[in-house]
Write a protein that binds this ligand. Sequence first.
Ligand code: SF4
Length: 666
Amino acid sequence: MDTKIGNSLPGGYCNSLTAYSRWHTREVSIGDVPMGGTHPIRIQSMTTVDTMDTQGSVEQTIRMVEAGCEYVRITAPSIKEANNLAEIKKALRKRGYTVPLVADIHFTPNAAEVAARIVEKVRINPGNYADKKKFDQLNYTEAAYRAELDRIYTKFAPLVKICKAYGTAMRIGTNHGSLSDRIMSHYGDTPEGMVESAMEFIRICEDLNYYNLVISMKSSNPQVMVQAYRQLVEKMVAEGMNYPLHLGVTEAGDGDDGRIKSAVGIGTLLEDGLGDTVRVSLTEEPELEAPVAIALINRYTNRQVKAEPVETVRNESYSADLAPSPYRTEEVNAFIGGSLVPRVVVDISRSNLKDPQVLTDAGYRYDILLDKYHMGEQSVDFVYLADELPSFTMPGNLKQLYNYQTWRGIRSKANIHPVYQLGEFITATEKDSQLNLVRIRRADLYTPAFESLPLDKTLVFVVETDELHGMADQRLFFSAIRTLGLTNPVIIRRYYAPEAFSGPAGDFMSPEEPVSKLQLYAATDMGALLVDGMGNGVWIDSPATPLNKLVATSFGILQATRSRISKTEYISCPSCGRTLFDLQETTQMIRSRTNHLKGLKIGIMGCIVNGPGEMADADYGYVGAGPGKITLYRGKEVVKRNVQSADALDELIEIIRGDGRWIDPE
Ligand code: SF4
């Protein structure tokens, strides 16, 4: 039965902009693990072995289930693989694993129609189910567009009917990089186009009275992905739909970058109360993805019960000034704000301030022989020393921050600036002529003290929060000061107590866990603001995290939100049964020779069928074209076809060099 819902949400695209409240979606049945409604947010991932390798697929699926996956997706590039899903399923059931299987389909309706009779769910990509991607920017007349929709209906309806007959669920999974030419012609590769791409297929399903649907809007760019999901929800609600959402950042890459990028996109939407299942896509073994997804969603277990709504003095109903939107600021003496990239602040007051080498972790490498510091792309902008004075000379371009009273006592104040509590700033008898940082909480905005705050152009806010739903609290701070007409820059500060990383039993599960959880939490909390254009700096305070990791996480969040580019970006696919080379090894090899090319985006894709489409906005592409063969791209244009894989990286570097974008590493 279809259940229609109201045609608007109080928070626009979510239930509330001030309280954690999960958007209630319809329940979808997927084997014996239902999704949506009041069910927990589900974890899933995808196998990487060849689907024809039954034993390998079974073993990998079991490892994924043991790691926490509640659904396992397997690629079915042709009828042969689709048929083999039956063997995989049989072997799993024989060993007692009832995990629902999902067939992943691109370009091959005939494989989908076979798979839908075997597995519990089929994923189709609306960009390539009935369309071959030509990268042509065609112009469609209204009549031609409608004729296209009729053609899709004819091609897609048989699958829908099979799913209905067999009780199979379906994910309509839009990818930013693989929109059809028809959608591109009308909407471009925009979030709106991504939404419409899915809506075309959803409407056909509804026309056939089929509602067992899950929807996704993936992109390798978290900003695009967040906007697409939000617009999707608004659109669905306007049309009386509430299908569950599958969240994911596609081609996120590997290691810390992949985790941070995933957390920015997925975490932002989870904060909005959106999402019924999560797949973290890493270029790593698939069983390593589930723990990341689990750490992301566990923060929301019981949040609705534990967190008070963040109080607001305005009516909580949706209004333009509560909605996330950029906060525009004036530049403060070339230090921060305006059009300057967001700044990075770290606390070094707990470090050994007798040793200049301590700054190496903050991006300033001290050369003893020359007695000078070398900076890099990830050198922090400010260090906070609280009340501790270093016994060595700081680098000339590093700004030091001290608590106000200590700052007053420092004789030579070049590059040295004060940090005040709100009350201190109001009563201060001495101020810095260039830069004054004031720590503030949102609740302070409504006090008489704030009314008497002497605002001037040197003032920068450091916004903090004690709320469990801290992102909403800080977002409301931005909304409030925007409404007040302020333009002072704001540094987002979050404190993570060591206990924030403890597991259910109160113990760390592994020595790396505090670091990886910090990455995920901070990327969610700060990324959710930065993707919406709020924040002129980040200050992550986590006593349990080594300084170098804090710095890397800060720059990683800025890179993932595309607000400050400090390194090469790798858009690498997670690999699957179609993959034609070892993605992890190849990614490392490419990274080892290109990771100094700041700002360049390099796509590393396992297959030519999907790879070029999925590379999205990569500047260059390294794509598996056949066994031992690589095709190289500049954007979407093929530059060299079928290069021997042993030569492919050298050839890619030559292309980059020929374009004038190569620089020799130091
Ligand atoms: S691009 Fe990668 S993950 Fe996507 S289908 Fe090809 S090999 Fe599989």
